[in-house]
Design a protein around this ligand. Structure first.
Ligand SMILES: Cc1cc2nc3c(=O)[nH]c(=O)nc-3n(C[C@H](O)[C@H](O)[C@H](O)COP(=O)(O)OP(=O)(O)OC[C@H]3O[C@@H](n4cnc5c(N)ncnc54)[C@H](O)[C@@H]3O)c2cc1C
Length: 239
C-alpha cells in the first residue's frame, strides 16, 4: 500500500522550548493541509546515503505550506538529538504526511474534550488548542499535562496563558515546584478525579505520550467508567 509522497522541507525557524526540546518551523512546497492531531514522518539522509525516519506530531493544522514540529531530545536517540541540537535554519529534510486519521479533533465536534499528555505527547494538543481558539464556537477543552518537572514542560508559556475556554492542569512526575501540595509522582486515579472532565459529562478523551504512559492512563480512564469508544490514544514508543 503506498502512502503520501516524501516532500522536501526547509527549516525556516527554530525556537527552544526547554533545555532539551525545541520547535522547528518548516516550509513544505506541495503540502496541502492537515487536521489537528495528525503527524508526519520525517526522513534524514546522511552524506553516505544512510537514511533514518521517525514520526513527529504537528503542532499546527489547517491549509498552507508551513508546519511546526515540537521535538524532545532522547539522550541516546538517533534522530531527535540531530533535530534538537544540530539542524539549522535553511537545512532541508523530507516529510511525508499528513498521517493518522483517528487521533484528530474536528472543530465541528461538540463534545467536551479531555486531553492527557505525557512529556512531548503535548505536541498534537497544541495543534488542537490552536484550532479550537480559531473555531467560532469552542467546546470546553481541558488538558492534563504530566511532565518530569517545570523545566521539562514544552510550550509552557503558551499553556500558562491558554486561550479562553481551555483549562490546563500540570502534574509533575519527578520534581514538583515549591509551593505545590501534590508530591511528585506518576499520574493517579486521584489526579483524574481532580483534574479531568468527569464521565457523566461525556468527554472525548485523548491520551498521548510514551507507550507506557498511554497504557497506564487509558486503564485509569477505563477503571473510571469511560467507554473505550471515547478514548483515543497516540503512543510515541518507549516504555
Ligand atoms: C505518531 C507519533 C508521533 C510522535 N510525535 C512526537 C513529537 O511530536 N515529539 C517528539 O519528541 N517525539 C515524537 N514521537 C517520538 C519520535 O517518533 C521518536 O521515537 C523519538 O524522537 C525518538 O527517536 P530517536 O531516533 O531520537 O530515538 P531512537 O534511536 O529511536 O531510540 C533511542 C532509545 O529511546 C527509546 N525510545 C524511543 N522512543 C521513545 C519515546 N517516545 N519515549 C521514550 N523512549 C523512547 C528507544 O527504545 C531507544 O532505547 C512520535 C512518535 C509517534 C509514533
Amino acid at each position: 500500500m503506498s502512502g503520501p509522497n516524501w516532500l522536501r522541507a526547509t527549516i525556516t525557524d527554530a525556537e527552544p522550548l526547554t533545555d532539551r526540546s525545541r520547535s522547528l518551523r518548516l516550509t513544505v512546497p506541495g503540502w496541502t493541509a492537515s487536521l489537528p492531531g495528525q503527524h508526519v514522518d520525517v526522513r534524514l539522509t546522511a552524506p553516505d546515503g544512510y537514511q533514518a525516519a521517525r514520526s513527529y506530531s504537528l503542532a499546527t493544522s489547517g491549509p498552507g505550506e508551513d508546519l511546526e514540529l515540537g521535538i524532545d531530545r532522547l539522550p541516546d536517540g538517533e534522530v531527535s538529538p540531530y533535530l534538537v541540537d544540530i539542524a539549522q535554519i535553511g537545512d532541508s529534510l523530507e516529510v511525508r504526511g499528513p498521517l493518522g486519521g483517528w487521533f484528530v479533533w474536528r472543530p465541528d465536534d461538540p463534545r467536551p474534550i479531555q486531553m492527557i499528555a505525557g512529556g512531548s505527547g503535548v505536541v498534537p494538543f497544541i495543534a488542537m488548542i490552536r484550532a479550537r481558539a480559531a473555531a467560532p464556537d469552542g467546546t470546553p477543552f481541558r488538558l492534563l499535562y504530566s511532565v518530569g518537572s517545570p523545566a521539562t514542560s514544552m510550550y509552557r508559556s503558551y499553556l500558562e496563558n491558554p486561550p479562553a475556554g481551555v483549562t490546563v492542569d500540570w502534574i509533575y512526575s519527578r520534581t514538583a515546584p515549591a509551593g505545590t501540595t501534590r508530591p511528585a509522582g506518576r499520574l493517579t486515579k486521584l489526579d483524574l478525579e481532580k483534574c479531568a472532565v468527569p464521565v457523566h459529562d461525556g468527554p472525548l478523551n485523548y491520551i498521548c505520550g510514551s507507550t507506557g504512559f498511554a497504557e497506564h492512563v487509558s486503564q485509569l480512564l477505563i477503571d473510571q467508567g469511560h467507554p473505550a469508544s471515547m478514548i483515543k490514544i497516540e503512543r510515541y514508543g518507549g516504555n
